[in-house]
Write a protein that binds this ligand. Structure first.
Ligand code: HAM
Length: 426
């Protein structure tokens, strides 16, 4: 028999206690920001019917699915949370009070090529607003991202948010091409999202591939790629058709971001299109200012997802914010804390005769809400003391025959070394 492989699968993590304390620290910030913005937490199964995630626009996320067939059911580990959210919304669509503000911190699985900050599992803080068509929702979500980054101790200049609009791109390409092929827009976005990775020539080639899902003529494909170079909203507005709602939305969004006090940290960048097929309007991504890492978070408006899954139309917008990329950035800036264990007391009995009293004392202290480690088995005092010190406990409570006779335990303050008597429970 071959030896079992004892390391965690590549791209996945084990969480030792200190890792989990740090993860809890980050999640507590996610939850606190969501709470302050009035969002409610939800969750869904890690395993879903695979078809929930399978779309036909050529997205990477579909190729990276962890999926399997069990008892003739095709199932998949969720690569993202948004389709599950859509399922939750759809099941109660008639009875939900809109707009809905939901957040979650799901673990997501993607069979990626692993690099720095890119893993095969990650936890993803999601905040989504359902049932609100106006950019007031986008503004609120982008403000929440900055609120989180500030809480983590990052400086305002450390992370930039880039914003664009698929609706703007769609307006520009409409007359030239999309009027006759509206179904080509989603795959077109998926292809141009690869610009950074495969370069402009390859993107033009894929867009104009006659046998591909887009099939633009090469001239139009080149023009589409050129549009992505725009960084100035006024120029983007000039190119757009008169009365463009996409441009009006982008302008309004920047005005609102100004009111939130974060407009300086956000820029228009036409190269942001996002790689998921379902986005329809505003799209945004946050990056470290040094440009070393993959996106810290990404999101956008997906007003037609519910319909595409068979539900009635409902506007929606949200973002996903991974734990791994921001973890890399925080480590680089030396901002990752080492949260203490929070152990209050260690209770130590010198011998078996004192153990029942030690148990009663530990039980009383636990009842008072203190975190208490009871020394198990027979251990020497020196070892118990060193362990308590290493664990960061506040006190060591010692119980020997003398203390038992006096009805007390000797409580040593491990920071100062001071000792005093702690009465035993009666
Ligand atoms: P996404 O851009 O695929 O969007 O992922 C969002 C974020 O999750 C990324 O910016 C990154 O921080 C993190 N992430 C994704 N894949 C990995 C990975 N392999 N390793 C580490 N971190 C990763 C979505 O998933 C959308 N569902 C977000 C959304 C919510 N849009 C609307 N609502």
């Amino acid at each position: 028999m071959s030896k079992p492989r004892l390391q965690a699968p590549r791209g996945t993590r084990d969480f030792y206690p200190e890792d989990l304390r740090r993860r809890d620290w980050l999640f507590a910030h996610f939850r606190e920001v969501a709470r302050r913005f009035g969002f409610e937490e939800v969750d869904a199964p890690l395993v879903e019917h695979a078809e929930l995630f399978i779309r036909k626009a050529g997205e990477e996320i579909v190729d990276q699915l962890y999926h399997f067939t069990l008892h003739e059911r095709h199932l998949a580990l969720r690569p993202e949370f948004t389709p599950s959210l859509a399922r939750l919304v759809m099941a109660r669509a008639g009875s939900l009070r809109l707009p809905l503000r939901w957040f979650g911190i799901p673990q997501c699985w993607r069979y990626e090529r692993t690099t720095r900050g890119r893993r095969r599992e990650h936890y993803q803080w999601n905040m989504d607003v359902w049932g609100e068509p106006s950019v007031t929702a986008e503004a609120e979500l982008i403000a929440a991202v900055f609120s989180l980054l500030d809480r983590l101790g990052l400086a305002p200049g450390d992370v930039r948010m880039r914003v664009s609009s698929r609706a703007w791109l769609e307006e520009l390409l409409h007359d030239r091409y999309l009027a006759e092929h509206p179904e080509a827009f989603a795959p077109l976005c998926v292809v141009i999202d690869k610009l950074d990775k495969i370069g402009p020539e390859a993107v033009v080639e894929q867009l104009s591939d006659r046998d591909g899902p887009v099939g633009l003529d090469p001239g139009a494909a080149k023009e589409a790629v050129e549009l992505l170079g725009l960084r100035d909203l006024e120029e983007a507005a000039r190119l757009a058709p008169e009365g463009s709602t996409a441009v009006a939305d982008l302008r309004r969004l920047f005005e609102l971001l100004d009111a939130y006090g974060v407009a300086e940290r956000v820029e228009f960048d036409a190269s942001v299109v996002r790689g998921l097929a379902y986005y329809t309007g505003t799209v945004f991504e946050a990056f470290d200012a040094g440009g070393q890492l993959r996106a810290i978070c990404g999101g956008g408006r997906y007003d037609r997802l519910l319909e595409s899954l068979g539900g009635s139309p409902m506007p929606a917008v949200g973002f996903g914010f991974g734990d791994a990329v921001v973890g890399e950035l925080l480590a680089e800036k030396d901002l990752l804390p080492e949260p203490a264990r929070g152990l209050d007391d260690v209770v130590f009995a010198f011998g078996e005769a004192e153990r029942p009293a030690a148990v009663r004392l530990a039980t009383r202290l636990r009842g008072e809400g203190r975190s208490v480690e009871l020394v198990l088995g027979s251990v020497r005092l020196k070892r118990a003391l060193a362990d308590a010190d290493r664990a960061g406990a506040a006190r060591l409570l010692m119980l020997g025959p003398d203390e038992l006779a006096r009805g007390v335990a000797k409580a040593r303050d491990l920071a100062t070394g001071e000792e005093r008597d702690e009465p035993l429970p009666g």
